[in-house]
Write a protein that binds this ligand. Structure first.
Ligand SMILES: Cc1ncc(COP(=O)(O)O)c(C=O)c1O
Length: 418
C-alpha cells in the first residue's frame, strides 16, 4: 500500500492518521499522498534515464491543480486532451514545450489556443484534423508541430472499454494509411512533422503489446525515411497497468528493459503519457457506513459515497479493495457495499468478503487516485466531494466540498416560467 499503511491499527497516509481527517473534513472525500505521486513519477523517470525521454503525465487521470503542480515540480510534461486541460496545465505551470495534445475531436478554438501557447506537438488523429490544424496555423502565421497517432491494430488485452488500438477502434490513423498521411502532411505549408504517437489502451498488464507496437513503429519509420520523412519523437502513450486485485503488471523498469534497446536504435526522443500508473495508488476514497441493511437475499453495507463519486465499478465492473480506517483482523462479513443512488449499478463491491463493518465506521476504497474524482458527477443532485492532499505530516484541502448553491450556480429559470 506504499504511502498508505496501518500503524497500531489505524490507517495512515504518509504521517497523517486518516481518521483525524475524516472527522475534520467529513466524508466522503478523496485523499491523495503527494509522496506516492512523486514515487510513481520518479519510477518512470528513473527507468528511462538511460535514453532521451519525456514523461508527459496524462492530465485526464487526475487533474486537480495541486496534483498537476506537484508533478510540474518533479519535472513532468503533460498529455492533454482538451482546451480545458490545456488551461489547467498552463495554470499549474507546465512548460508548453512539454505539452502534447491528443484527442480525436479537437475544435478550432482548442487548436488555436494550443498554437498560441506553442505546445510541443499535436497528436493528430485524422486527415480532417490535420487540415484544420494546417488552416488554423496558417491564420496565425505559425507552423504546427505534429505527430500522427497511428492505430497499430494490436490487442492490448485489457477491458474493451479502455482498449483503443484495435483496427475497429475510433482512435488514430490505420497503420496501412500512415505513409499517405505523412506524405500529405509533408506537403502542408503550416505543418512541421516531428513524430509518431500511439496509445494502446489502459490498464495493460503485459509488456508484449508495447514491444510489438514499437517494432511496428520502427518498421514504419524505415519506410518514412525513404520518402524523406525523419522523426524526432516516438510517443508510446500511456497504458501501464496497476494492481487493483491480483494483477501482476510489469513496472516501468521492466518496460524499460525491453524497450530501451529498441529505442536506442531509432535515435529518437521517447515520450510516455502515463496516467493510471502515476495516480492510481496515490489516492483513496474515504467513506462512512450509513447503514447495515439485511434483506432476505443479502447483506448490504450502505455507505455515504456512491457511483457519482467513483464511477469505475459501475463503468468497468472495476475492483477496488475496501479496508477499514480502524483495522480489526479478526472479524469478517460477506456483503455488497453500495451507495445511496437510485440505480442498481450503484455498488462498490458485490458478495465481497470484508472486514466487519458497523454503522458509523469509516472505510477506504484503495487505488482510487486515477479516473476517480475526474469522472465524478452531480447525479441525484449529490455534492461533489472534497479532495485532500497529504504532504508528509500535513493535509491540505485542494478542492472544497460543493454546497447546494454550487448545484444551481449555472442554472436559470427563464422569465416565462416565473
Ligand atoms: C492519448 C492517451 N494518452 C495517455 C492516456 C493515459 O492512459 P493510462 O492512464 O492508462 O496511463 C490515455 C488514457 O485514456 C490516452 O487516451
Amino acid at each position: 500500500m506504499g504511502n498508505f499503511y496501518y500503524k497500531n491499527g489505524d490507517l495512515f497516509c504518509e504521517k497523517v492518521k486518516i481518521e483525524d481527517i475524516a472527522h475534520e473534513v467529513g466524508t466522503p472525500f478523496y485523499l491523495y499522498s503527494a509522496e506516492e505521486f512523486k514515487d510513481n513519477f520518479t519510477a518512470f523517470e528513473k527507468a528511462f534515464s538511460g535514453v532521451d525521454h519525456l514523461v508527459c503525465y496524462a492530465c485526464k487521470t487526475n487533474d486537480n491543480l495541486a496534483v498537476l503542480r506537484l508533478l510540474v515540480k518533479e519535472g513532468a510534461g503533460a498529455d492533454i486532451v482538451s482546451g480545458g486541460e490545456l488551461f489547467k496545465a498552463l495554470k499549474a505551470g507546465f512548460s508548453p514545450k512539454k505539452i502534447v495534445f491528443a484527442g480525436l475531436g479537437k475544435t478550432e478554438g482548442e487548436i488555436k489556443s494550443a498554437l498560441e501557447a506553442d505546445i510541443l506537438m499535436f497528436n493528430v488523429e485524422s486527415m480532417a484534423e490535420l487540415e484544420l490544424i494546417n488552416k488554423t496555423a496558417g491564420q496565425l502565421g505559425k507552423k504546427a508541430r505534429i505527430s500522427f497517432r497511428i492505430n497499430p491494430d494490436i490487442d492490448p488485452k485489457t477491458h474493451p472499454y479502455i482498449s483503443t488500438s484495435l483496427a475497429k477502434s475510433k482512435f488514430g490513423i490505420s497503420i496501412v494509411n500512415a505513409i499517405d498521411a505523412y506524405s500529405v502532411a509533408s506537403e502542408a505549408d503550416h505543418i512541421e512533422i516531428v513524430g509518431i504517437q500511439v496509445h494502446l489502451g489502459s490498464q495493460i498488464t503485459t509488456i508484449a503489446p508495447f514491444v510489438e507496437t514499437l517494432k511496428k513503429i520502427i518498421k514504419l519509420m524505415g519506410v518514412l525515411k525513404n520518402i524523406g520523412v525523419n522523426l524526432k519523437y516516438i510517443d508510446l502513450g500511456g497504458g501501464l497497468g496497476v494492481t487493483y486485485k491480483d494483477e501482476r503488471p510489469p513496472g516501468p523498469e521492466d518496460l524499460a528493459e525491453e524497450l530501451i534497446p529498441l529505442i536506442k536504435k531509432t535515435g529518437c526522443k521517447i515520450i510516455f503519457e502515463p496516467g493510471r500508473y502515476i495516480a492510481a495508488t496515490a489516492g483513496i476514497l474515504v467513506s462512512k457506513v450509513l447503514f447495515i441493511k439485511e434483506t432476505t437475499a443479502k447483506k448490504f453495507v450502505v455507505v455515504d459515497a456512491a457511483m457519482n463519486d467513483l464511477a469505475r465499478p459501475f463503468l468497468y465492473d472495476a475492483y477496488h479493495e475496501i479496508v477499514p480506517l480502524k483495522e480489526d483482523k479478526n472479524k469478517e462479513m460477506i456483503a455488497d457495499v453500495v451507495g445511496g443512488v437510485c440505480e442498481s449499478t450503484d455498488y462498490f463491491a458485490r458478495k465481497r468478503s470484508l472486514p466487519l463493518f458497523n454503522e458509523g465506521d469509516f472505510m477506504a476504497l484503495l487505488n482510487s487516485g486515477a479516473y476517480g474524482f475526474v469522472m465524478s458527477s452531480n447525479y441525484n443532485a449529490r455534492l461533489r466531494v472534497p479532495e485532500v492532499l497529504v504532504i508528509a505530516n500535513k493535509y491540505f484541502i485542494i478542492r472544497k466540498r460543493q454546497t447546494y448553491k454550487d448545484l444551481i450556480r449555472d442554472e436559470e429559470i427563464p422569465d416565462v416560467l416565473k
